[in-house]
Structures are given as C-alpha cells and as structure tokens.
Write a protein that binds this ligand. Sequence first.
Ligand SMILES: C[S@@+](CC[C@H](N)C(=O)[O-])C[C@H]1O[C@@H](n2cnc3c(N)ncnc32)[C@H](O)[C@@H]1O
Length: 529
Amino acid sequence: MKDAGFSLVSAALQLGARTIAGWSREEESLAAGATALSSKTVARLRERIVANEDPLGEIFAELRTREERRDLGATYTPSGIVQAMLAWAQDQESPARVVDPGVGSARFLVGAASAFPRAELIGVEIDPLAALIARANLAAGGFGHRSRIILGDYRQTKLGAKGRTLFIGNPPYVRHHLIEPRWKAWLVQKAREFGLDASQLAGLHVYFFLATVLNAGAGDYGALITAAEWLDVNYGKLLRALFLGKLGGQGIVVIEPAAAPFPDAASTAAITFFRVGTKPASVRLRRVKRLKDLRDLGGGRLVRRERLESERRWSRLTFAARECPKDFVELGELCRVHRGQVTGANRLWIAGDHTTELPERVLFPSITKARELIMAGKVLEDSSRLRRVVDLPEDLGEFEGEDKKAVDRFLRLALKRGGDQGYIASHRRAWWSVGLRKAAPILATYMARRPPAFVRNIASARHINIAHGLYPRELLSEIQLRALVDHLSTGISVIDGRTYAGGLTKFEPGEMERLFVPGPDLLSVRSRQ
Ligand SMILES: C[S@@+](CC[C@H](N)C(=O)[O-])C[C@H]1O[C@@H](n2cnc3c(N)ncnc32)[C@H](O)[C@@H]1O
C-alpha cells in the first residue's frame, strides 16, 4: 500500500474504527502498517465528518485506480441521492435495523443514524480498506455503539431476522464477465428455488437484489439505487420478476444521465423502492431530469402490475410527459394489445383448395387483411366471409377415422411444401400448430396510410399478424367496449404512431397501449350520451 494508504488506515484507526463491532483479521493486518497522525489532522477530519462530509471516502477514491474501483463497483453515492432516499424511508415506519449491502464509506448508514436515532446500523463490505473507512465514519459521528460492519461477501451474508429492517444503498455495478462461474451457478440455483430463471449475463447488482430477498422478511422495506438497464435488457428479467414478486416492488424512479447521478459514470440510474411481502395493484414509475427533483420521490404515474408483467421493457413506461385528460387513462391500463400470430407461410396455413377435406373445427375464420377491418365499420358482426386459418392442436391424437386421414394428408402436403421449415415453424412447439390467439373483443389495424381502424369483434374472428387484438384486463361491459371503439375511431390522429417514409403509419402494440382513452367510468357515461 502507498503512503497515502497507510495514512488513510491510520486516520481510520485514530478516529475509532476499531471500536465498531465486527473487527476482522483482514482489517487487523491493514492496521499493522499504520503510523501515528497528528492529533490536529485527526481533529480536522473528525470535524468534516461531523459536518456530513466524507473526506476519507474521497481519499479512497483517489487512492484506488478507476480500474480497481470498477472491479468492485466502488462508486460512492452523492449526498443528494443519499438524502432523498433516506427522506423516503423516513416517510415509512421506523426500522429496528438499517442494512447497507456494499457499505463503502457508510454514507447511507451515517445519514440513517440521524434519521433513525434508535436503529441498529449494519454495513456489509468486501473490501477491508473501505470497511475501515466505514467504521471510522460511524465512530467519528458518535454512532459506534449501535453499528456493526461485516467484512464479507453480501451474497453469503446471513443477517438473521431482527425487527423491521430497512435495506438501503447502492449495490455494486460489476459486469458479468468479472463474476466467477461458481457465483453464476449460485445465481441460477437460488433463482430456481423461487421458480425463476437467471441469466449468466446478469451484473452483480442483480445478485445483490437476490441476496436481499434471501435476507429479508415480510414487513422489511428498502430503496436501492442501480444502473437502470435492468429495466429493459434480457438479463434484467430476474430482477423484474423479483420486483413484481418476492421483493414487493412499490416504485421505480429513473434518473436521467443529464442529472449526472454519479460524477464518474455517464449512466441512467434507477432507484427501486420495495416492501417485502406486499403485492401492490399498481406500481409508481417516475423519471427525473434534475437531482433536485429527487427531493419528492412521490409523483410519477401509476402503472398496473399486469402491464408490467406483460411488458419486457419497462423504461418507456417511466415517461409521463404527456398530460392525460381528466378521467382518461392509457389504453394499456384497460387492455393488453397483442399483435396477431405469425403463420410463417400464409399460402399454406390460410385455407384454400388444399384444405377442403380438413375438419371444420381446425379452420378458424380470421382477419388476414387490414382491409377486412376497414370495411367492417365499427362492428364485425359476421365472420362467414372471412378467410380461415388452419390451426391444428399440438396433440394430434384427438383425430380419428376420416378426420385423422384428412389431417394426415394435409400434413404430408405441408411437409412437401416445407411447412416445417423456416424460423417460425421451427420455433413453434409443434411445427403444425399455428397457435392463433383467442378471439380479441376489439381488433385494430396498425399499419396503413390512415389512422387505425378499431372494430368491436362480436363475430369472434381470430387475427393474424396484420392486426392487433385488444384484450380487456378486466371485464368491460358491451356498452363500455362499444364506447371505447367509438372513442378510438374518432379520437386518434396519425400523429400518435410513428410515421414512415411515404406516409405509412405504424402502431406497435406498446405504442397503441399509450393512447389516451376514457377510463371505465367515463366509458359508461359516454355510452349513455
Ligand atoms: C456502489 S458502491 C456503494 C458504496 C456505498 N454504499 C455508497 O453508496 O456510497 C458498492 C460497494 O459494494 C462493495 N462490494 C462489491 N462487491 C461486494 C460483495 N460481493 N459483497 C459486499 N460488498 C461488495 C464495493 O467494495 C463498494 O464499496
């Protein structure tokens, strides 16, 4: 260790690091090289710590190279964020214990010590030098008697149950290629115990969330800040599932990079709020551009749990810039929007001369052209003129006699035409089973040189991927469904979708879900007008 390192250790010891519970052998060997600092230097450091500064943490950051800090994800949290997260915690019940997983220089614990004057303060840290600094800061602040620093890996720390616990901190951001295979195996196995899948590409922060779930009990709560990418990427799936499940996610605030949440990392951050054992019907999502907006962690928009369950990318749901008219909601709150099934080969799977022998029950009248919806007007009453899609069950054992022979003949023909080939067919569970979605109560076109056509589907027609189906999340009455179609048919301009060259307008399901529509109560009123 360089001289500055020895001085740092010396300062920590003279500030009282050794008095904090959990003193370890590793820290003792660091202490062996300590030299005495002048009492004036120590007094000045103490003054700054009491004034809420972190001089030792700052020296640490200079002492360790950027690479060394990157390998442990050691980026300490700016005070504005620490204070805002603690202010949120203060609005909840007081905890008996505060835990910072990856405590660093104990910025959160020192703040929590004043916010919760009776709580026990526990920091877990893998780096002995950081642990020493955390001890020094807690001792200098006068919180030594109720503090404990555990030197170790948070993933294998067993905190034990002890009253209501607040988990608060900034789990290390370390990319997967720096994570050892045995830990990757640990992640997969622990996730599996909860019936969840884990990706080997997950960063260390995902492990910390899982370890928090393993350590927490009902009633525990917390706020953890991380990079925001888990909201959207595939490896974040485990964290998203934990958020909606065991962790009891309450809300997420995304901090845009322009707000520079971390001085040395140009990334978008996300603060995740949770209360273990709860399952709120809606989750609060918010996006802030300036750090000062963090003072109030309320606000944002409420998004229904089902919507988060069905969305693979969450960050776009954090945008709420548009004014929602009174009593209106986003369509996605009322209905899920699903693109129709891709057949992989319409010439084969759409009925024609080659399917005349097939039993009726495998032929489903379906919307196969946008024009069919545009021509239908607001209600599709009759499906007899629609073309039919062949949708065989995965298990063909149910066919007997003539039906079986006809299905076998069709399958031989399908094989001859390469029906089992291609990306779509080869990714189906059974290549012969198109798997149409069930009939959507409302159907919509989504790509045309005109606003989409919305149609109430009382004919129970199916749809392939040239249309979207709107599936109500909760039961909507016939009256509400028709009022919704009325609104969507008149209230949408092409502006809401993306406009492509040539004026072609396209609505992805997610974009359609963001259209404003009257809420259920207003729909009932409107239908009476
Ligand atoms: C992003 S820093 C946060 C420090 C402090 N909580 C703060 O917010 O200022 C993450 C900390 O986790 C520590 N760390 C990294 N891997 C760890 C592990 N497996 N177990 C415990 N701590 C770890 C790092 O050394 C670092 O101090």
